[in-house]
Design a protein around this ligand. Sequence first.
Ligand SMILES: [Fe+2]
Ligand SMILES: [Fe+2]
Length: 378
Amino acid sequence: MAYYGSVEDYRYNDDFLLRLRDLRRGNLDLGWLNAGTEQREFRAENPKRGLTYLDLDEGSYGFSELDNEPRGPRGAAPRGAAVEPEAQADLGPELNHKNDVWAYKVASFTEEAMSRQWDASTAIPWQDLDRYERPEELEIAFAQLCTFFTEVELIATDLPAKWSWRMNNQFQEVKHFIATQAMDEARHAEVFRKRALAGGIGLMEALPQAEHTLKAILDCNAYSEASAFMHLLAEGNVLTMFRFSEFISPTPVDKRIFQLVMQDEARHVSYGLQHLRWVMDKDPGRKEELHKTLEEAERISIGQFDAALLECMIVLAGKGTKPGQIAEGVKLVGGFQVRQIEEYFQRLRRAGFEERIERSLFRQLLADIGHPDPLAAA
Ligand SMILES: [Fe+2]
Ligand SMILES: [Fe+2]
C-alpha cells in the first residue's frame, strides 16, 4: 500500500453524499465549463508533416516564451491548463528550471523520434543472415561486440527513465523526448540481443569495466551532468563506434542494424549537444561544475576500454586472427580511437564549450600516444 493514502472516508462526509445525490438527480454544477484557459486555433503549418509541437508553440501553450522558473505548478497539470496551486498534489519534481532540462530544437527532435520509430523484429532482414559466409571466429567476435552493446543499451534505457518523473510537467516536450529515447534504447538492446542469438553463437562475456562506467552515468546527481556524460560523451563515443562497427560488420544484415541504430543515436547525441549549448548560453555559471563532471566522465571512460572489447573489434577489423590480420585490425582500431576523441572535441566546440578541450584528459591521452595536439592543429 502507498504511504500517501486518502485522509477521508466518504461514508462520513455529508457534503460528498449530498453532492452525489444531486448529481444523480441531474443537478450539475458546470463550473468547470469556465476554466478561463486560453482558446486558440492551432493548425498544422505543413499538413504533410501533420500537427507538430512546433505548431502549438503559442501563447500559454507555447514553450519558447516559457520562463526559466515557471513558478507554481508542481503537480500533473499540463502547461496551459487552469491550475489551483494550493489544491494540487505536489509530485515533488526536482527539475523545476527550464535551464535544467531544455535543449535547442528539442520539440523537433521529439517529432523526428516519433516519425522514425522502427521495429527490430521486422526491419532487419534476419532471414538473409544464412546467405552470407560467416567464419566462426568472426561470428564469435561479433557476438562479443553485440553483448557489449546490449549491456550499454540497457543502461541507456534506464537513464532517461530515471530522470523523467523528476522533471516538472511544464517541460512536456523534453519528457516526451526522453521517453522516445528510452524506447529507442530498449529497441537497441533488443536488436543486439537478437543478433547475437540469431548468429548461432549466443551472448559472450559481460564486461565489468564497461559496467563501472555505465554505473557512473546512472549515478550522476544532476540531470545536466548525467546528460553531458551520457548524451554528449558516452553516446557520442558509441555513435563513432557504431559507424566503425558498420564498417567492420561481417554481413550486410549487420550493416543494416548499425544504419538504423545510428539514426536514433545521432538524435540522442544532438539533444545532449543542444542541452549543453543551452546551459552554456543561459547559465554559464555552471561551467565549472560541468568541467568537473566531464573530467570525471573522461577518466572513467578511458577505463571503459576493456581488453575483450578492443580485441573483438581488432579481430573483426582485420577479418581474422592470423598475424597479418591482427596487425591490420590494430591499425584500423587505433585510427577509430583517435576519431572518437576528435569527434568528442568537435561536439564540445559546437556546444560552445571549447574551453573543455584544453583541460580534457583525452587531449593528454592523444599526447601520450604521440598524436599531434588538436589545439595546435586547430
Ligand atoms: Fe542506443
Ligand atoms: Fe542513445
